[in-house]
Design a protein around this ligand. Structure first.
Ligand SMILES: NC(=O)C1=CN([C@@H]2O[C@H](COP(=O)(O)OP(=O)(O)OC[C@H]3O[C@@H](n4cnc5c(N)ncnc54)[C@H](O)[C@@H]3O)[C@@H](O)[C@H]2O)C=CC1
Ligand SMILES: O=C(O)C(=O)COP(=O)(O)O
Length: 318
């Protein structure tokens, strides 16, 4: 078999290259940056990049491209028109983010419930004053989008004594969910109306764009907290600002935004009841090790002609 050229649009350590080579020695790994990537495209068979990176121009310059692998779970920028109809395979890295993202969400939920947001502000001002505190125990968490990340969130929330509601595309038996909902709008409203904490863990697709807006915030309890660790575009950000200003909800923990970096002009920056993190929920020192292991497993499957894992359904968009 001819050597396969794999272009990776991200820095790799030697140990990552070794993992790929151990899976398949007969490959040429080209680690590229944005500046030089186009010149590698004419010979590229497999492109490894990020799902939020522009890749249409790379695809157009790569006549031998057979497979695009996303180092992220989200693939919204990789679903450009040509790839929709082409045989080019598209895979993602869903499954590798569950641990850091669920820990990140819990950190934000606990920061609100234990009054840490207020305590940290008081510490900065050297103020000693008891802050309101609460427990997650026996509170209700709604997970909008029970995939790899949502499931790990559910497991950890149950360990903390929470009641877990969740929505997903199809009904399945779920060990850590008290009530499962389908994704229709009435079910979403029913779930949100009960939630003390609600988190968006969905992919951004045609169906989920702006899924959460004023209608959904209006039905939530004024004491509820809202979180988005998925994609900014799933939530109408102007409506979220209105909901926070009008106290339709009590606070929000946000890792993702409609425009990233979040513009300086956004009112979210200065709201006392908002936690902003700069799209880091998935990051940990283990990220690339996990992502490359998953890619290497799939490379073996690709070469042996076996079923690949994490194939993106281009029609559904995730
Ligand atoms: N903040 C960050 O750094 C990260 C963000 N993400 C985002 O989170 C998303 C989810 O990641 P995973 O859980 O790994 O993906 P996944 O593909 O395992 O889960 C997605 C789930 O959403 C469900 N779903 C799809 N449309 C729905 C709808 N309209 N209503 C209810 N459920 C619906 C599907 O049934 C599926 O179970 C990714 O697509 C990505 O955009 C993922 C990793 C890190
Ligand atoms: O997997 C995803 O979709 C992510 O957002 C994680 O990747 P990132 O945190 O953007 O490096």
């Amino acid at each position: 078999m001819a050597v396969l050229n794999i272009v990776v649009l991200n820095p790799l350590a030697d140990r990552h290259k070794e993992v790929i080579k151990a899976a398949e020695p007969n490959v040429n790994i080209i680690v590229s940056d944005e500046k030089t990537v186009l010149e590698h495209m004419p010979e590229c068979h497999i492109l490894v990049t990020w799902g939020w990176a522009e890749a249409q121009h790379l695809y157009q310059a790569a006549p031998h491209l057979e497979w695009i692998h996303a180092l992220s779970a989200g693939v919204e920028k990789l679903l450009f028109p040509e790839i929709q109809t082409a045989d080019t395979l598209l895979t993602n890295s869903k499954g590798i983010h569950s641990i850091p993202v669920s820990e990140h969400l819990l950190a934000m939920m606990l920061a609100f419930s234990r009054g840490l947001t207020l305590s940290i502000r008081q510490q900065n001002a050297k103020t000693w004053e008891r802050v309101p505190t609460d427990e997650l125990h026996e509170h209700i968490l709604a997970i909008i989008g029970l995939g790899a990340i949502g499931r790990e969130i559910a497991k950890k929330a149950k360990a903390l004594g929470m009641t877990v509601l969740a929505s997903k595309q199809e009904m399945t038996t779920e060990l850590f969910v008290d009530k499962l909902y389908l994704p229709d709008s009435d079910s979403l409203q029913e779930m949100l109306a009960q939630a003390d904490y609600a988190v968006v863990a969905l992919p951004l697709t045609e169906n989920t764009k702006n899924l959460i807006g004023l209608k959904q915030f209006t039905i939530m309890k004024p004491s509820a907290y809202f979180f988005n660790i998925a994609r900014g575009g799933i939530v109408n950000e102007a409506d979220l600002v209105t909901a926070l200003e009008q106290k339709l909800i009590r606070g929000a923990g946000l890792d993702v935004f409609t425009h990233e970096p979040l513009p300086e002009s956004s009112p979210l920056w200065t709201m006392p009841n908002v936690i902003i993190t700069p799209h880091v929920a998935a990051l940990s020192p283990a990220y690339l090790d996990r992502a490359i292991k998953l890619f290497a497993d799939n490379l073996t499957r690709f070469i042996q002609g076996r079923d690949m894992i994490n194939l993106v359904d281009k029609g559904k968009g995730y």
